[in-house]
Design a protein around this ligand. Sequence first.
Ligand SMILES: *[C@@H]1O[C@H](CO)[C@@H](O)[C@H](O)[C@H]1NC(C)=O
Ligand SMILES: *[C@@H]1O[C@H](CO)[C@@H](O)[C@H](O)[C@H]1NC(C)=O
Ligand SMILES: *[C@@H]1O[C@H](CO)[C@@H](O)[C@H](O)[C@H]1NC(C)=O
Ligand SMILES: *[C@@H]1O[C@H](CO)[C@@H](O)[C@H](O)[C@H]1NC(C)=O
Ligand SMILES: *[C@@H]1O[C@H](CO)[C@@H](O)[C@H](O)[C@H]1NC(C)=O
Ligand SMILES: *[C@@H]1O[C@H](CO)[C@@H](O)[C@H](O)[C@H]1NC(C)=O
Ligand SMILES: *[C@@H]1O[C@H](CO)[C@@H](O)[C@H](O)[C@H]1NC(C)=O
Ligand SMILES: *[C@@H]1O[C@H](CO)[C@@H](O)[C@H](O)[C@H]1NC(C)=O
Ligand SMILES: *[C@@H]1O[C@H](CO)[C@@H](O)[C@H](O)[C@H]1NC(C)=O
Length: 845
Amino acid sequence: MARPRSQPRLASLASLAVTAALLLAASHAETASYPYQFSHVAVTGGGYITGLVGHPTEANLLYARTDIGGAYRWSEPDNKWIALTDFVSQADSNLLGTEAIALDPTDPARVYLAQGRYLASNASAFFASADRGASFAVHPAPFPMGSNELGRNNGERLAVNPFAAHQLWFGSRTQGLWRSDDYAATWTNVTTLPDAFANTMGIYFVLFDAARNGTVYLGGSTPGGLYVSHDGGASWAALPGQPTAWDSATLAAGHPPYSDGPQPMKAVLAPDGNTLYVTYADYPGPYGAQYGYVYKYATRGRTNSSSSSSSSSSSSPPPLWTNITPGTNNNSFPPPYEPQAFPGGGFCGISLDLSDPTGQTLVVTSLDRDPGPALDSLYLSRDGGATWTDIAQLSSPSGTGGYWGHPIAQAKLANGTAVPWLSFDWGDEWGGYGAPSPIYGLAKFGWWMTALLMDPSRPGHVLYGTGATIWATDNIFAAAAAATTTQSVAWYIQAQGIEETYVETMISPSSGPAHLLSGFGDINGMRHDDLFVPQPMFALPAFSNLDSMDWAGQLPSLVARVGDCGLNFSVYGACGQGAYSTDSGANWTMFAHCAPGINETTTDDGVIVIDAAGDVFVWSTLLAQQANGPWASVDGGATWAAPAGDLTAQTAFLAADKVQPATFYACESGTVYVSTDGGQSYNATPPASSGLPAGLQCATPVVNFHKAGELWLALGARGLYHSDDFGSTWTEVAPGLQANYFSVGKAAPARRDETAVALFLWGTVASAGPHAVDGLYRSDDGGATWTRVNDDAHQYGGPNLILGDPRVYGRVYIGTAGRGIVFGDIAGPASASGSVANVAGTQGI
Ligand SMILES: *[C@@H]1O[C@H](CO)[C@@H](O)[C@H](O)[C@H]1NC(C)=O
Ligand SMILES: *[C@@H]1O[C@H](CO)[C@@H](O)[C@H](O)[C@H]1NC(C)=O
Ligand SMILES: *[C@@H]1O[C@H](CO)[C@@H](O)[C@H](O)[C@H]1NC(C)=O
Ligand SMILES: *[C@@H]1O[C@H](CO)[C@@H](O)[C@H](O)[C@H]1NC(C)=O
Ligand SMILES: *[C@@H]1O[C@H](CO)[C@@H](O)[C@H](O)[C@H]1NC(C)=O
Ligand SMILES: *[C@@H]1O[C@H](CO)[C@@H](O)[C@H](O)[C@H]1NC(C)=O
Ligand SMILES: *[C@@H]1O[C@H](CO)[C@@H](O)[C@H](O)[C@H]1NC(C)=O
Ligand SMILES: *[C@@H]1O[C@H](CO)[C@@H](O)[C@H](O)[C@H]1NC(C)=O
Ligand SMILES: *[C@@H]1O[C@H](CO)[C@@H](O)[C@H](O)[C@H]1NC(C)=O
């Protein structure tokens, strides 16, 4: 995750005015300010959906949370999820993960988010909205949160008291139970709770009994961790008779459980408050669970209110606790796949159908029954857990051998738009990530299916999240009525609008079928022929992380990529960690050999660049032990040679000239290096004579795709530097720039110079005055004047990288650390009062 840079020093207003006047006089054409439109590049999911919640009374009011990419609200009219947390700034990027969502059952307009990615950061907050998340009050929280930590699959930790809507409760990870009496603005510690939460996961869920004022349940991450209060939290009691030990028949020989007894994961309460359903596992999840149960608890004691699967006769009341674990005691149909490979998994996801007033219709999911066979299942019961339908089995084509899945041809939105990248392959072809199905043509039914929702207002509409997307059906009940046991439930993808990839690299070649090729964490990369339509994943080799990509400046159809593939292709005479394509990324050829030191055990596979003519690949491995410069190949990756000359490190900061063949630039330990012989040797440019500041922190040189020898270095707080002579000499573009991220794109139409480019900078411009905010800026005149491109509502937690488009004036791609790829396009006519010399102009929107 990108770290926020230090803030710039304030220049004095006097010196700023002088500077601005000088630059204005010198500039040819001011940078015009335009309204901008921001869109997301459609991948559709791409990461772990941690939770789904639905409002109990308002139709179609659904929310989703993600571990690193914030929260979303479903918009039925827009037919997509709407991101709610894009206003989070780079400085606040820890607030881009959602630990919990709470809805006010008495007021559909109110929604609360608990925000904070990592426990190590003390930046955590409650976002409180009275307009369905269109705007939020941000209230710092007095304890850390961990939306991307272990146990993020459980919840919800946050709840609104249905009898007092101003009151919220939050089960924290490290500081016990907290209460707010002012709509999540301020919080007090509820110290009445016995300390049962020693294992750092804390309290997973808070559940109010909507039928009884003052009754609230808590689930803590420990055996015996279920508590109830009947007096609004003044006193607490452990639920009597709750399961605290493993049934030895459950445990597999040689595989001890991680916990001494079953630990509560999630729970739901029937609308009448009489039945509590609880899922259990031996590990917090989302990975690692080996064992688990599903139980129900008769909250009012031994009543006659519920049916039971127990063996007791129908005349005697049901027990307090009933083990309703699917797949046991012949209680599921079809029966479990045999033999089940270890581990059988725990249970986590659970959701109750509020349209069933008896509270006996529910779904649950198993957790970490992986790598199979069988894989994880989703189970439906309409009799309070007495019997279950194994929906995953019934949804799969026949003959999967336990590897439940959806035919990839059915991975489509409800309106037919395909989501083809979900067709991961497994086995020999895949690099190690656990998502792909081993069955060709199948998308895994799911893994990490912990976000599960029976839509409160649409009976039969069920959604479940996976580690990568959301699947939905309009009629889960079709399974029970089905005459056939194969594919008796129709599923579609309902994740459109959610973008939660971690972007590692992007390129925008100057010609070819696609303006954008992406490289992601976890899901390889894609060629985005249409930015609004999900695309297939790159073909083999499959990377679990795509680290670096480049295109040949004068042969844009030639592209190359390197990344993390945990497979050894040496036996096939190929390198699984690097490949090139001569058709813009449609078909790929693995390098015959990897650069020395790169193999299936390396997880960061370095930087690849291509010279302008497409004759030379240069691959920097980043390996500290290699005492030579980046490796060069002139034979398409068959052999790799170390360069002679001054550069003796596998630098992270490498670029190829996009116009002059055989020309490369590197920056290492504060020195710029240039090769004009195809990476066979590099010469250092001494900083003293170059004009660069001494002791600079290196950055990747950014080249002008129209002009040989023109490049920029974005040096953070040290500013933005420009060279027009192949890096020999440098000048500061303008004083007062904080240049954290930088790129170039197509020049403004008015520019007469055919080699000109537009400049994009993420940072601050003219660090004084009220407009000097961290943001995305564009300059059309080489940096003399700038205008802000984004606004405070479009910050996305800051970028991992930005990229101008060489073909579309004004367009800039923002690669985020959890919100996918966003791009900004000019959306309207220029404003006359637009930019100010070297001062942030009016906001784009
Ligand atoms: C399908 O839905 C998606 C998401 O709302 C939308 O982008 C796309 O245009 C729709 N396609 C059709 C054919 O309506
Ligand atoms: C947050 O952590 C930083 C670094 O450890 C510390 O300097 C700061 O005082 C902390 N802030 C709060 C509000 O605890
Ligand atoms: C709920 O209980 C509290 C505490 O006894 C009481 O103050 C409040 O008025 C009750 N609210 C409702 C709606 O019954
Ligand atoms: C909050 O209360 C719990 C006991 O329930 C205690 O362990 C914790 O230290 C308290 N935290 C703060 C910040 O007061
Ligand atoms: C028990 O069943 C009777 C008859 O259906 C009903 O009137 C009564 O309310 C039930 N008791 C409870 C506690 O649910
Ligand atoms: C399992 O349940 C089915 C359906 O209720 C029943 O037909 C079958 O006899 C049961 N099998 C066993 C071994 O109890
Ligand atoms: C990959 O396979 C080749 C050929 O079998 C072998 O020589 C090499 O040691 C393997 N690499 C690793 C890292 O095991
Ligand atoms: C190249 O890719 C295209 C599009 O994916 C495919 O139709 C074609 O068969 C591929 N050609 C080769 C030679 O693999
Ligand atoms: C794989 O790469 C690592 C890191 O460079 C290296 O230590 C190891 O020796 C390599 N293994 C083989 C078999 O080349």
